[in-house]
Design a protein around this ligand. Structure first.
Ligand SMILES: Cc1ncc(COP(=O)(O)O)c(C=O)c1O
Length: 438
């Protein structure tokens, strides 16, 4: 691969990027291994974000690289519409094992956004299949991020992502978010206050009537909005209210799936079982784009009672792409062989102590942590929201650490294969950045 600077950077319209600023002062990555990227100038950059929450097993895992190479040479593409290939079926079985057989089926997509839209469509079609076609309303949450498709955008709750794109889907309502700096700042794990916010679903039910509501979708831990950990008891309460009214509960685990909280899914960590889980990212250790929706057996059963024929008119050309399936099968083997979850669990206390040691540094107004995730909220510069954290991001990269920022919040989510020395390096450098920030 070309490891030098591109001749021109004008043609690529970069996603979720300040294009003009970036192209003045680009940050270019050319290779990756283990916990580190290498940039175009040959500098090592410690990956504090697993790319974009994508690489739980660390970069360039030999087994995954070999599996991808082998499959692309053997079966570069095969359709899964009225056709199939063995790896797609094998992977589905392995994934059901990975869920501890709490889920019965998996529907393949290519991204988190597609997983979300797929889950929302399955929810609507499920109710219709069982004669409750009036259940068309979808409930999301303020500050939720569910990708950028029109479905995910509609249930999402981040104003800047929504405001340019018109009225979005009709019949959507939003729960309040659970962030509460005044009561919960500097919590470790689940904050104490806010379980009662789940009762807002009762208010929404009273307003619209349960017979119009298909599903609630929430991230168990909101990531893109700056690491919001659910208050103690909140998710259990949400499950109870959904059960009371026959509303499906979807957990969007695009970032929390595959070990981020040291358990297979956040659902396991919090002991709450949703009806569907949306995933992507860590599913293939980030190597090949792929997403997957896990569904409970009863959802699938409802479709199989229809008259013979195609049961669900939905799917993507690349659903179950053979190379992605090979990457995912290898990823699951790496999880097992290298005991990725156990290792993450063993690192968690050291990680949490290191994060909370940042308390007291300039501008730090909150620190949140759960699993191998941390959110560090900075006091915004008056009149310039996001500017302080963006500066931190640029300084951090120049100092050799990749962090992620959203608004004025730094979100950290390194590969789960991290060791103590990586935690020391990450927080040592971040401390310097924060001490020298305007
Ligand atoms: C919770 C959640 N859902 C959905 C998505 C969208 O995933 P993608 O960018 O792969 O479409 C993301 C991406 O970060 C996410 O964090």
């Amino acid at each position: 691969m070309n490891e030098s600077r591109p001749e021109s950077m004008s043609s690529f319209w970069m996603p979720f990027t300040n294009n003009r600023d970036f192209k003045q002062n680009p940050r270019l990555l050319v290779s990756a291994e283990g916990m580190y990227y290498k940039d175009v100038d040959g500098n090592q950059v410690l990956d504090g974000t697993a790319g974009l929450w994508c690489v739980p097993c660390g970069h360039a895992q030999p087994k995954i690289v070999a599996a991808v190479r082998e499959m692309v040479g053997q079966l570069d593409f095969a359709p899964t519409f009225q056709m199939g290939h063995p790896a797609a079926f094998d992977l589905a079985d392995r994934l059901m094992e990975y869920t501890g057989h709490k889920f019965g089926h998996v529907f393949y997509t290519n991204s988190g956004s597609e997983s979300v839209d797929t889950a929302l469509k399955i929810a609507l079609a499920y109710h219709k299949a069982r004669g409750e076609g009036g259940r068309t309303r979808l409930i999301g949450r303020e500050r939720g991020y569910h990708g950028v498709g029109f479905g995910g955008l509609s249930v999402g709750g981040i104003g800047s992502n929504r405001k340019s794109f018109g009225p979005l889907l009709p019949g959507v309502d939003h729960l309040p978010h659970t962030h509460n700096l005044a009561r919960n700042a500097f919590s470790r794990g689940e904050p104490e206050f806010g379980a009662e916010l789940a009762d807002e679903l009762e208010r929404i039910v009273a307003l619209h009537d349960a017979s119009t509501i298909a599903a609630v979708i929430i991230e168990p831990v909101s990531g893109s909005t700056g690491v919001l950990v659910p208050p103690k008891g909140y998710l259990k309460r949400m499950r109870e209210i959904c059960d009371k009214y026959g509303i499906l509960l979807i957990f969007d685990e695009v970032i929390t799936g595959f070990g981020r909280l040291t358990t297979p899914f956040a659902a396991d960590y919090f002991g709450v079982e949703p009806d569907m889980i949306t995933t992507a990212k860590g599913l293939t250790n980030g190597t090949i784009p792929m997403g997957a929706v896990f569904t409970k057996q009863f959802l699938h059963d409802a479709f199989m009672e229809a008259p013979p024929g195609i049961e669900l008119f939905h799917g993507y050309t690349y659903s179950g792409h053979p190379v992605a399936c090979a990457a995912s099968l290898a990823t699951l083997e790496v999880f097992k062989e290298q005991k990725i979850l156990e290792h993450a669990k063993s690192m968690q206390p050291y990680w949490e102590d290191a994060v909370h040691a940042l308390r007291g540094l300039p501008h730090v107004i909150d620190i949140r942590s759960v699993g191998i995730v941390a959110g560090i909220e900075l006091e915004p510069i008056a009149g310039k929201p996001g500017a302080r954290a963006y500066n931190a991001f640029k300084k951090a990269f120049a100092d050799g650490i990749l962090i992620r920022v959203t608004g004025d919040i730094i979100a950290l989510s390194p590969p789960l294969v991290l060791e103590k020395q990586h935690i020391d390096e990450l927080f040592g450098k971040l401390t310097n950045v924060l001490k020298n920030l305007d």
